[in-house]
Ligand binder design. Structure first.
Ligand SMILES: [Zn+2]
Ligand SMILES: [Zn+2]
Length: 301
């Protein structure tokens, strides 16, 4: 069976913003505490039913706002002992809505060589435009050299990757935090990856609470490291992040919501209240993402 390959159909000059961080389901970024029951077989049934329409709903929302959105899930099959959401379905839904959606793939680093094969297939056969990782949920240390072959492969593929950083809502309040290790989401672990793979474009997701200074420092130092501003309302952004977004990091920070957790409308209304220069706002909302995602070419005929 031939794969449905995604091709960008976004007119970058016509849209107003690019949301770098949208979940196909509220399942794995996890700033909300999710009970393990949510992962059980019955919810799997409903997910299967809703998976496809929810992509169309996301597309409709963003189309209505004249924005594009990067959509993804996380493949944490080893740690969660369950199959990830179908990335093939995400690609198909994004292909059907390619005027607004941009699909990212995800692979489980703990699957070793299989992760590399799958990443190559997702990029080559399916046309994903980047990858999403969640080191705490997937249970791996990005700086561990056992994962270097994967970063090397992604660097060669030439697509960016988003890594969750900072606090995790998932597992919060449960014994042992449901076995989730916060340290894997320390942005400093990505500094080593960025240093050793200088052509690998890394997006650190979220204000990296409680490691914002580390994230600011890495994004300032490494040309290949970016920050997406998702997961928190701008009214709660650390002051250092706002200050640096307005100055040295103005070409490195990207609009992102964590939709459906935070709606673009709510995020943008709080963003409007931040003390940012007028010329910086369009960079954060659109220009930086257009460049990073290679959307300049615009709509393909
Ligand atoms: Zn996240
Ligand atoms: Zn997220």
């Amino acid at each position: 069976m031939a794969a449905t390959a995604y091709e960008v159909g976004i007119d970058a000059s016509a849209i107003e913003a690019v949301d770098m961080h949208v979940h196909v389901e509220i399942d794995n970024c996890g700033h909300v505490s999710l009970p393990p029951a949510l992962n059980d077989a019955s919810s799997k049934y409903f997910k299967a039913e809703e998976r496809t329409p929810s992509l169309d709903r996301i597309a409709e929302t963003y189309r209505g706002l004249n924005m594009a959105a990067v959509v993804f899930t996380v493949d944490a099959r080893t740690k969660l002992k369950r199959e990830p959401n179908s990335i093939e379905d995400i690609v198909e839904g994004a292909a059907r809505n390619n005027d607004v959606l941009i699909p990212f793939g995800s692979v489980d680093p703990l699957t070793g060589a299989d992760a590399i094969d799958r990443a190559k297939r997702l990029a080559g056969d399916y046309g994903v435009r980047g990858f999403k990782f969640h080191p705490s949920l997937q249970g791996f240390d990005p700086s561990d050299e056992q994962f270097y072959p994967l970063w090397e492969a992604l660097q060669e593929i030439g697509l960016p990757a988003i890594f969750h950083t900072g606090q995790n809502g998932m597992g919060a309040g449960l014994p042992g935090g449901y076995g989730i290790k916060l340290a894997y989401s320390n942005p400093l672990l990505l500094d080593a990856v960025a240093a050793d793979f200088p052509e690998f474009q890394i997006i650190m997701a979220h204000p990296s609470v409680p490691w914002q200074d580390e994230a600011n420092s890495i994004a300032t130092h490494k040309a290949n490291v970016f920050i997406d501003l998702s997961g928190w309302s701008p009214k709660y952004f650390p002051e250092s992040l706002v200050k640096m977004s307005n100055s040295v990091l103005q070409d490195k920070v990207l609009f992102g919501t964590d939709y459906p957790l935070i709606t673009p409308q709510k995020w943008l209304s709080a963003f409007a209240d931040l003390p940012l220069k007028d010329e910086v706002r369009p960079k954060i909302l659109k220009a930086n993402a257009v460049k990073l995602l290679g959307l300049e070419a615009g709509r393909k005929a």
